[in-house]
Design a protein around this ligand. Structure first.
Ligand SMILES: *Cc1c(COP(=O)(O)O)cnc(C)c1O
Length: 243
């Protein structure tokens, strides 16, 4: 019998938890009267080792999210033999846009035109357009990124003009809530905002909302991508080695 060392043991746990999250997503879709596959799982692998990413990839998980560019770039290069869709979900400093434009397929956290223009200019020409979500800061929380709801429409129009970017939708990290109903309010506001923009002729199909603790609430409010870290990879520890 194959002896398990401690790291492969943890990976077995991660694989089991991915299956559990898939079941949660499917049940939530069913409960919401939506079709299977209408919400995809973005596995948020920040602080987690490349070996865990690779084993989930072998199970068919191809979308992974990272929020620190230095860590992400190392993982992208360590795993370049795999066809992973990398999603950037962290706050963006302008001196990091080139690395993001070169290494990622999606960016969920665009909140100002300066960053959008830099990503557009720095996107390599052989690569397809970078898929973009506008991050909305729904309650004016200063510690979080995101543009205020009233600024979203004009930013969306500006991004539509940029040929190397493909605007896909909106993303939010709702304020910490005591009850799921509070979170539901923010998710439904984001959905309403997306629908209004679509009615005005901005073609978008993505609502990036919902994390480990509130994915059911998000799916009930028509989320199309849930960003799941802890529920798949377990708690994030301080100094975990990711390579
Ligand atoms: C870390 C992170 C997540 C995942 O959060 P969990 O609670 O671990 O599921 C989702 N979205 C963003 C933007 C994150 O930074």
């Amino acid at each position: 019998m194959k002896k398990l060392n401690s790291s492969s043991y943890k990976i077995e746990g991660t694989k089991k938890r991915l299956k559990e999250v898939q079941v949660r997503v499917n049940s939530a879709l069913l409960a919401a009267g939506r079709k299977p596959g209408e919400t995809s799982i973005l596995a948020v692998s920040k602080k987690k080792p490349v070996a865990a990413i690779e084993s989930l990839y072998k199970m068919g998980q191809i979308d992974f999210g990272e929020n620190v560019i230095q860590e992400a770039s190392r993982k992208v290069s360590a795993l370049k033999h795999l066809n992973i869709n990398w999603h950037f979900i962290g706050q963006i400093q302008s001196n990091k846009t080139r690395e993001i434009a070169e290494n990622f397929q999606w960016v969920h956290t665009v909140d100002r035109i300066k960053i959008a223009k830099r990503l557009n200019n720095q996107r390599p020409h052989q690569a397809p357009p970078l898929q973009i979500c506008i991050q909305v800061n729904q309650k004016g929380e200063s510690q979080k990124g995101g543009i205020e709801p009233s600024g979203v429409k004009s930013l969306a129009y500006e991004i539509m003009e940029l040929p190397r970017l493909h605007l896909r939708g909106l993303m939010t990290i709702p304020p910490l809530a005591k009850a799921p109903e509070e979170t539901a309010t923010f998710f439904s506001l984001l959905e309403e905002q997306l629908n209004r923009l679509k009615e005005e002729g901005i073609p978008m199909d993505t609502l990036s909302m919902g994390m480990s603790s509130d994915l059911e609430t998000a799916i009930l409010n028509n989320s199309t991508i849930v960003r799941i870290g802890k529920a798949i990879f377990g708690p994030r520890l301080q100094n975990e080695k990711y390579i």
